[in-house]
Ligand binder design. Structure first.
Ligand SMILES: NC(=O)C1=CN([C@@H]2O[C@H](COP(=O)(O)OP(=O)(O)OC[C@H]3O[C@@H](n4cnc5c(N)ncnc54)[C@H](OP(=O)(O)O)[C@@H]3O)[C@@H](O)[C@H]2O)C=CC1
Ligand SMILES: O=C(O)C1=N[C@H](C(=O)O)C[C@H](O)C1
Length: 269
């Protein structure tokens, strides 16, 4: 079989660099190249050389259509507006797209759903096995407990993170809301400040901490009158997200066009 060529959008980002390295070291896939912003000094260089791994015939371009034409799959952990554009390119080129970018608005999400009619897209706010297991556990616990248990979701990330609450926190909130048979949009409390009054029964609260270089920590707390259940996931390294993204790209190769989640990739039902 010819090698499966994976390109990396935003290949010099925190995740982009880690994914490119993981692809280059992976025995079953090859690095197709990457994109960077126009004006970046990396444009025109070889991504393998940039990673200190020698020349890999993996050019860095500022022209995303070139990357999509040269790759079987593209992994995209960048910015919402860029990801929405990449989805259109993936649809045109029928390239597999793996989306890790968080913070998309409704219009950007709709662009991804349109593109998935023409190609295979895996989208997940968190590519780790642990968080994807946790989503189901949270749903089960929320289903088992009555709304007298208050649900609060806290997350901590590195100081550079741009969106809040994290995509994972929102997914955990959606899982808890689904367990309770409600819509998250109707019950989400995304930030308290000042004289907010008592907590509204049934709300799902969010709090985002930012600092240092924390890779990602999430806790869902179910707080009753005299007891609390806390479900926590801690990412010790971004490597878990990179490995998950590569697994998703390989899995999507064998699928029909459509929009898939990490639970599909991991066979979690
Ligand atoms: N699903 C998951 O498992 C995970 C998701 N994420 C998400 O991934 C996203 C990225 O996170 P992170 O890597 O920390 O962020 P970074 O800011 O480090 O990476 C984004 C990269 O995109 C580059 N970029 C910006 N504009 C362009 C452009 N026009 N063309 C090509 N590249 C461009 C940036 O370049 P420059 O620096 O020059 O602007 C940067 O290198 C976030 O949404 C985050 O929440 C993160 C971890 C795990
Ligand atoms: O920006 C990050 O770093 C992360 N973002 C994702 C999110 O928003 O949920 C996943 C992970 O927690 C790291």
């Amino acid at each position: 079989m010819t090698s499966y060529r994976i390109g990396v959008a935003g290949c010099r980002g925190r995740m982009g660099r880690m994914i490119a390295q993981a692809v280059a070291e992976h025995p079953e896939v090859a690095l197709a190249g990457g994109t960077e912003q126009a004006g970046s000094e990396a444009v025109g260089a070889d991504l393998g050389e940039l990673l200190g791994m020698g020349r890999l015939n993996a050019p860095i371009t500022d022209d995303p259509p070139t990357l999509f034409a040269n790759a079987d799959a593209v992994i995209d952990f960048t910015l919402p507006e860029l990801t929405a554009r990449h989805a259109g390119l993936a649809a045109q080129a029928e390239t597999v797209l793996v989306i890790g970018t968080t913070g998309l608005d409704a219009e950007q999400q709709a662009a991804i759903e349109r593109a998935a009619r023409h190609t295979r897209i895996v989208q997940a706010p968190n590519m780790s096995l642990g968080v994807n297991l946790l989503l189901d556990l949270v749903k089960q616990v929320a289903q088992a407990l009555d709304p007298a248990f208050d649900i609060e979701i806290t997350e901590m990330h590195h100081r550079h993170k741009k969106d809040a609450p994290s995509g994972t926190a929102l997914a955990l909130g959606r899982a808890a809301a689904a367990g309770r048979g409600v819509d998250l949009d109707d019950v989400a409390d995304r930030g308290r400040d000042g004289l907010t009054g008592p907590r509204r029964e049934g709300d799902i609260g969010f709090a985002a901490l930012r600092g240092g270089e924390v890779a990602g920590e999430h806790t869902v707390c179910f707080a009753g009158a005299n007891e609390r259940i806390e479900l926590t996931h801690k990412a010790d390294s971004r490597g878990i997200f990179a490995q998950g993204a590569i697994t998703a790209a390989q899995w999507a190769r064998r699928q029909d066009p459509g929009l898939y989640a990490m639970k599909d990739v991991l066979g979690l039902g």
